[in-house]
Design a protein around this ligand. Structure first.
Ligand code: MN
Ligand code: MN
Length: 460
């Protein structure tokens, strides 16, 4: 083992002053990213903006591709694939870092607006797995787009600027909650009751539903859309406010949507670090993971395969076989978050095989539930290569599985990519409060994850 490397060691202990500054600098960029980007769209467009600053161009504008070229493919503003073309032929395989940029949240229904006892509310349908009781009585913001019939797209962000109002979901006062408190946590707040309160002032001179009328007038004046335009809107209700340092020692980050934007951001930053790769490198950020990776912008979509086909075309000749070979010869880190060990809930983990905050990048050989069902169980040959790469770059890493056997389970995008016959393993940052409005990560883990991704891109 190389000097200074200890699998059990807390990553913080190995940093000198300049490394600590690097940890802080990376995390400042990260906090800024997740504070600004709270929807998959906002993430995709920000990823493209940052990539263009780094010299990446839209693949549709590249006539041909040669080693060293940097291109991206934008899939409907909700998923992005970025590539740095390697010196070796593409059919020899790529090195992929893939993460998802959708996060659990509360979506507006298509016909959301209604008035009840002179209060205006928005009806919602939650997205992804949430403990609903965590989403009430906190300041919420509305992010998303409204697309009008003529195609005009309005970008909406309400509740993030200090001068903005916020919205939210009310909960019953404790004085009248005797019955409610007897319910179990799954039922204490029901999905259909996640109604967002947005107004209470009636429009003067209006007889019927005057509060709703006032909201509609305000929407028209300020954002220039009508009630009917909600039909073609994608508005997401998310926690309002910025990501912040967490802990008196500022060693952690508290922010919304860290599952899985923490892996998306570190993957992107790692991609920028390797200028002239041998095999083509790729950072892939996708949508819809939290609801099963379906849809055109999710990982089950053919878009990634299509892009590889397009790349061969621009490299002098498409062939279906070459596309298959490129995919099958690839290595991927399916980058997604892990459950961090929580000292308040030790009973859900088996202590030798769980992820701890501060102990670095987490590798999950498998996920799944009930006997690894539905999991991509990574090959030991592949894991051995990764161990060697991590050691060579002195990356602090740990291995984990999602809780004790049969306690629960979950999935990632790993198995969709494994269907191409490529080597895939789950890896990422461990998180406390996962899927809650405000999730917690360790800054050292974020830094080690970034360094681990760089090591992967350099060594595999
Ligand atoms: Mn995830
Ligand atoms: Mn998740």
């Amino acid at each position: 083992m190389s000097e200074g490397y200890d699998r059990k060691k807390n990553a913080w202990l190995k940093y000198d002053e300049s490394q600590k500054n690097a940890v802080i600098a990376l995390n400042e960029g990260y906090k800024d990213f997740i504070s600004k980007c709270k929807t998959e769209r906002e993430c995709a467009l920000e990823v493209i903006r940052i990539a263009e600053e780094k010299g990446f161009v839209d693949i549709n504008k590249a006539e041909s591709l040669k080693p060293g070229d940097k291109v991206y493919y934008n899939n409907m503003d909700k998923a992005v694939a970025l590539f740095v073309i390697g010196t070796r032929p593409l059919e020899e395989g790529m090195k992929l870092l893939g993460a998802h940029i959708d996060s659990p949240r509360i979506d507006l229904k298509q016909v959301p607006l209604y008035e009840d006892t002179e209060m205006a509310l928005l009806d919602t349908h939650y997205y992804g797995g949430i403990k609903k009781y965590q989403w009430v009585t906190i300041p919420l913001a509305i992010h998303g787009v409204v697309v009008k019939k003529d195609g005009t797209k309005l970008n909406i962000v309400i509740g993030e600027d200090d001068s903005d109002p916020v919205v939210g979901i009310t909960d019953l006062l404790v004085h009248l909650s005797a019955k409610q408190m007897e319910k179990n946590a799954a039922k204490v707040i029901e999905g259909e009751d996640l109604n967002v309160l947005i107004g209470s002032e009636p429009l003067a001179g209006e007889e019927k539903e005057a509060v709703k009328a006032n909201i509609l007038k305000l929407i028209k004046d300020k954002y220039d859309f009508e009630e009917e335009d909600f039909l073609s809107a994608e508005l997401e209700v998310v926690p309002a406010g910025k990501a912040r340092d967490f802990g008196l020692d500022r060693s952690m980050v508290m922010g919304y949507g860290q599952d899985d934007r923490v892996c998306a951001y570190t993957s992107l930053m790692a991609l920028f670090e390797v200028e002239k790769p041998d095999r083509t490198t790729c950072c892939l950020v996708v949508d819809k993971e939290e609801i099963g990776s379906a849809g055109a912008t999710g990982m089950r979509s053919r878009f990634f395969e299509n892009v590889i086909g397009e790349m061969f075309e621009k490299m002098g000749g498409y062939s279906g076989l070459k596309v298959r070979r490129a995919l099958a010869n690839s290595h991927m880190l399916s980058s997604d978050v892990s459950a961090g060990y929580d000292p308040n809930y030790p009973e859900v983990n088996e202590r030798k095989n769980c992820a701890y905050l501060g102990k670095g990048l987490v590798f999950n050989k498998f996920t799944g539930s009930r006997g690894k069902s539905g999991s991509n169980d990574a090959n030991p040959e592949y894991i051995a290569k990764l161990r060697a790469a991590m050691e060579k770059h002195e990356v602090t890493f740990q291995t984990s599985e999602l809780g004790k056997v049969d306690v629960g389970g979950g999935g990632t995008i790993a198995h969709f990519m494994a269907e191409y016959n490529m080597q895939v393993i789950d890896s990422g940052v461990s998180v406390l409060n996962m899927h809650a409005p405000w999730e917690i990560t360790s800054k050292a883990d974020i830094y080690e994850t970034f360094r681990g991704y760089v090591a992967f891109l350099c060594e595999l």
